[in-house]
Design a protein around this ligand. Sequence first.
Ligand code: FES
Length: 165
Amino acid sequence: MTPSDKPCRLVVCRGCCCGTRKKRPGVDHEGQLRRLSEVHDHKGRDIPVRVSECLDICFQANVVVVHPSSQGRARGGRPVWFGEMTEERLIEELDDWIFEGGPGVAPIPESLEIHVTSKDAKKPKKAKKAKKEKKAKKSAEAPAGPLPAKQRPAKKERKKKSKKA
Ligand code: FES
């Protein structure tokens, strides 16, 4: 293997959330890592796997990054980040894709497309509409009584009103 003929590489996150039962229960995390360590390409080369610390997109656990082979990189392939890789079938798809060449060589399978993410992915915020509805519901449920301090007229104004009356 020449330096210009390197296979794809895998980075498998196993930080604070990825690979933990607390974050992703019901997943055989050890089995997944073992399975990823057995991946090889169509030339029969083992795909090196590096286990990494947290990659900072924990809401997408389990995160796996596929780095292109030398050939893939020469063709413009760049590392592809995948999130929520919790199902066995996804690992199988990933294996097949790498076998076919991975980034820059083979198109990403449709089933993996929706799992493509990036290191800059932002955790989705709760919809504003839902927040507004919650606030409206809360104020509708509020018991009738004295106005909250913020909504009450100032003390001076109250005195003026009472003198006029
Ligand atoms: S533990 Fe994997 S992204 Fe944080």
